[in-house]
Design a protein around this ligand. Structure first.
Ligand code: NAD
Length: 410
């Protein structure tokens, strides 16, 4: 299995086989509704003209406006967007928010662009896809290398022709109708899932040994919230490697260090470990929160965790996923575990279109209800059919999108 597109299709087909899905519904749900590729010629700061390519793949809109991130990265291509857009369809259906799935981005390296070049590219891209996005059509959000500022430019550019429309994007700055709690939402959602799992194990969060790969937005927030609940975070890592302490790390101190632009391998205290060693540590819960395909058939047999909570998208290859099931390692799939971000994006959109605001406590309470309900629904189906949680999650999502497809007609 070569890549992320094959991976999503593999899980989709596995669930579709169990469900006995008809061929025409299967074909409709497996492929995207619309793929948009646009040419973006930009005048660079030095006067040179460069041509970039922008993508927006709209996977499914049967349950609501399509929703998904925009990624600015040299690896962005149509296949990547297709796969990630379908993951969004299954994620929004599973967590039961009224959206479909989409994903997009621009093939560029933001590290090599000035702020004004980045703004020009973003505005040009927004104009190129303006007739396909909108609060009731398709609502982009931040993803790899895009942030609240990029969302502010998109909102402004779109609003020039459509009228003031904060609901066209989520993940906006708070001063431009962003939502309280959005930044921490994915990590917080991961923690709600860990708590549900521990309740099933009848084990307190306090003292639970956790290992986290990736110390960026998602990994750091998950670490911080678990630390505040007295879990023992024994190892964390970034792209440079990790730090380890069997008695538990001082997460706020590590975050301050990383916040100054430092790499974890240069932290003055604690034992240093490689990312490979980190994955093999004995712990209760392993949280991969970095990149896709981190756990594969070559390293899966070294794992010593009881459960994996997939904070990153597609961090386990299908071969490794099967081995985890055989080894008795519980895997909470990405479409459930990291759905906190899109859930609070939905809350942001809800506030925007009704022009009101919720406080952070209300957001977090509503997020908790959604994540717990998602967990309970998936565990119920997994137990009933004696299947892994990922297949159960896909069965629930495909069932919901399939029903909406049948009800609205072909
Ligand atoms: P980020 O860029 O803020 O952080 C990524 C972290 O992973 C950094 O600490 C980085 O150093 C580390 N990393 C990168 N390459 C690595 C490697 N080869 N080995 C070990 N560590 C490595 O990204 P993020 O927003 O925290 O997203 C992390 C993952 O979660 C991604 O897979 C993303 O698609 C997924 N995700 C994010 C959100 C969100 O709201 N941010 C929502 C859903 C899913």
């Amino acid at each position: 299995m070569s890549g992320i597109l094959d991976q999503t299709l593999h899980y989709f087909n596995k669930a579709a086989d169990i469900m006995g899905l008809s061929d025409h519904i299967r074909e409709m749900l497996a492929s995207p509704y619309k793929s948009i590729v646009v040419q973006l010629p930009i005048e660079m700061d030095d006067g040179e003209i460069k041509v970039f390519t922008g993508y927006r793949v709209q996977h499914n809109k049967k349950r609501g406006p399509m929703k998904g991130g925009l990624r600015f990265h040299p690896s962005v291509d149509l296949n990547h967007c297709k796969s990630l857009s379908s993951l969004m369809t299954w994620k929004t259906a599973l967590i039961d928010i009224p959206f479909g799935g989409a994903k997009g981005g621009i093939n560029c390296d933001p590290k090599e662009l000035s702020e004004s070049e980045l703004e020009r590219i973003t505005r040009k891209f927004t104009n190129a896809i303006a007739s396909d996005i909108g609060p009731l059509k398709d609502i982009p959000a931040p993803d790899v290398n895009t942030n609240a500022q990029v969302m502010a430019w998109i909102m402004d550019e779109y609003s020039k022709s459509a009228g003031y429309a904060p609901g066209v994007v989520t993940g906006k700055p708070l001063d431009l109708h962003g939502s309280q709690g959005r930044e921490a939402a994915t990590g917080r959602g991961v923690v709600f899932i860990c708590e549900s799992l521990l309740e099933d194990w009848e084990q307190p969060v306090e003292g639970t040994k956790v290992v986290i790969q990736g110390f960026g937005n998602v990994g750091h927030w998950a670490a911080k919230i678990l630390y505040d609940k007295d879990a023992k975070i024994i190892a964390v890592s970034d792209v440079s490697g990790g730090v380890y302490c069997e008695d538990g790390l001082d997460i706020p101190a590590l975050y301050d260090f990383v916040g100054e632009g430092c790499l974890l391998k240069n932290y003055p205290d604690y034992d240093k470990i490689s990312n490979a060693e980190l994955l093999a540590l004995k712990c209760d819960i392993l949280i991969p929160a970095a990149m896709g395909r981190a756990i594969h058939k070559e390293n899966v047999n070294s794992l010593q965790c009881r459960a994996i909570v997939e904070a990153a998208n597609s961090p386990i290859t299908p071969e490794a996923d099967d081995i985890c099931f055989e080894k008795g390692i519980t895997v909470i799939p990405d479409i459930l575990a990291n759905a906190g971000g899109v859930t609070v994006s939905y809350f942001e959109w809800t506030q925007n279109i009704q022009q009101f605001n919720w406080g952070e406590e209300e957001i977090n309470t509503r997020l908790k209800l959604k994540m717990r309900k998602g967990y309970q629904t998936v565990t119920k189906v997994a137990k009933k059919h004696n299947i892994d949680m990922r297949t159960a999650a896909f069965i629930i999502s495909i069932g919901r999108v399939g029903k909406a497809t049948v009800l609205t007609g072909i």
